[in-house]
Design a protein around this ligand. Structure first.
Ligand SMILES: Nc1nc2c(ncn2[C@@H]2O[C@H](COP(=O)(O)OP(=O)(O)OP(=O)(O)O)[C@@H](O)[C@H]2O)c(=O)[nH]1
Ligand SMILES: [Mg+2]
Length: 382
């Protein structure tokens, strides 16, 4: 599928959401901001962004050749963090090594292969950003990071310090809340087939394999029309204010896969989002397409359309409109396919699978993890 792999390379070149000013997303100030500023928020406490300092063996290691023995790996795996001096970050390379260890631990926890092409590209991207300064060679460092990660996971110590904070945006009824419920495997937020369901911005937290995931669920936008612009802008301004104190790591923009080809892709809405939040809203945005197991429409002349070509076409359409909104055709937003229907086909392990055989929840986590790891790496190596 186009977009997901291509996206890894430019990722470190853009500013992450976390590195933006405390004032939130950059971009032109919205027109009549005060007049439209309403409060749709709950009383939930905002959570910190990147929690805690990473730990590694780097500061105790001699530079030059890698002479780490298995015993040293085990010892290093249980060491407390020592790269922060009175709250200040120290060696960036050591922090990158710690980040890699976290990545390998996360892959292990979510039963994801470290041989995955996306992971390889993330490691390569980090390698490019650090190779000038790094000794010993990257291959050796990765092998050691993997060994330390395995040792830490088997001992359960130190605790894996990684969280995800995810903002969910999209039109009403597209399945924002249903996707949150599916991922947390619990009905934590209400959904409705017949009317707008979410009327407040709310944080919904859960733990997935020991990783704290906080979703910011939002009221759905109305399809663009002259009468809906004011309401949509109010929601956006409220969201913007809500995330100011604690920006998300990742933004999900949700659409329905089965409706994108029917004109549901709403350029004026994407443009309004860009005007209110600034271009940066799209830099860490993953496009989520729900209803991914729905029947496909017929192609020209009544011929069937293949799943892959339909998904590609919808992805291209969405990406085209985002390009038009940000006036930048280089941006690549990864696409995640989602099926929230409880009767979605499952594999023998009970995981929901899509018509293309993909276990969508694992794939979702992989993209979120890689996206945050790249953002953090970008900040460290900046
Ligand atoms: N078949 C199918 N139904 C879905 C899917 N995702 C959501 N739905 C259904 O679509 C309806 C709307 O879903 P919600 O999650 O409430 O939509 P929302 O985007 O949160 O809507 P608002 O809260 O109004 O903004 C519900 O009946 C869901 O069960 C999906 O992937 N497949
Ligand atoms: Mg909802």
């Amino acid at each position: 599928m186009k977009g997901i792999m291509d996206w890894v390379f430019p990722q470190l070149l853009v500013k992450s959401l976390a590195s933006l000013s405390p004032g939130g997303f950059s971009g032109p100030p919205p027109v009549d901001q005060r007049a439209d500023d309403i409060d749709l928020t709950t009383n939930s406490e905002a959570l910190p962004l990147h929690s805690g300092a990473p730990c590694s063996i780097e500061s105790r290691r001699e530079s030059g050749t890698d002479t780490t023995t298995p015993q040293q790996v085990v010892e290093a795996a249980s060491q407390p963090c020592n790269h922060y001096v009175e709250g200040r970050k120290t060696d960036p390379l050591a922090r990158i090594e710690d980040l890699k260890i976290k990545l390998f631990r996360l892959l292990q926890r979510f039963s994801l292969s470290s041989d995955n092409l996306l992971v390889a590209k993330v490691l390569y991207r980090i390698h490019i950003a650090t190779s000038i300064r790094a000794e010993p060679p990257d291959r050796v460092r990765n092998t050691r990071a993997k060994a330390i990660a395995a040792a830490q996971e088997s001992s359960g110590s130190p605790e894996l310090d990684f969280s995800l904070r995810i903002l969910v945006l999209g039109k009403t009824g597209v399945g924002k809340s249903a996707t949150i419920n599916s991922l947390l495997d619990e009905r934590k937020t209400i959904t409705s087939a017949f009317q707008p369901a979410t009327d407040r911005i709310q944080e919904i937290s859960g733990s997935l394999n020991g990783v704290r995931v906080t979703f910011i669920d939002t009221p759905g936008f109305s399809p663009s029309s002259t009468s809906s612009v004011r309401r949509n802008r109010k929601i956006m301004l409220s969201v913007k204010r809500f995330i100011r104190r604690s920006p998300p790591d990742i933004v999900l923009f949700v659409e329905r896969l089965d409706l994108i080809n029917m004109g549901s892709c709403d350029f004026p809405l994407l443009k309004l989002m860009t005007d209110v939040f600034g271009n940066a809203i799209w830099f860490n945005t993953l496009i989520v397409m729900t209803h991914a197991s729905s029947s496909l429409p017929e192609g020209t002349g009544g011929y069937p359309v293949s799943y892959e070509s339909y998904v590609n076409r919808c992805s291209e359409l969405m990406q085209h409109y985002i390009h038009e909104a940000v006036l930048d055709s280089k941006l690549e937003n990864p696409v995640i396919l989602v099926e929230n229907h409880p009767q979605c086909v499952k594999n023998t392990r009970g995981d929901a699978i899509l018509p293309n055989g993909q276990v969508w929840r694992s794939h979702f986590m992989l993209l979120c993890i890689c996206s945050k790891v790249l953002s953090v790496a970008s900040i460290i190596t900046d």
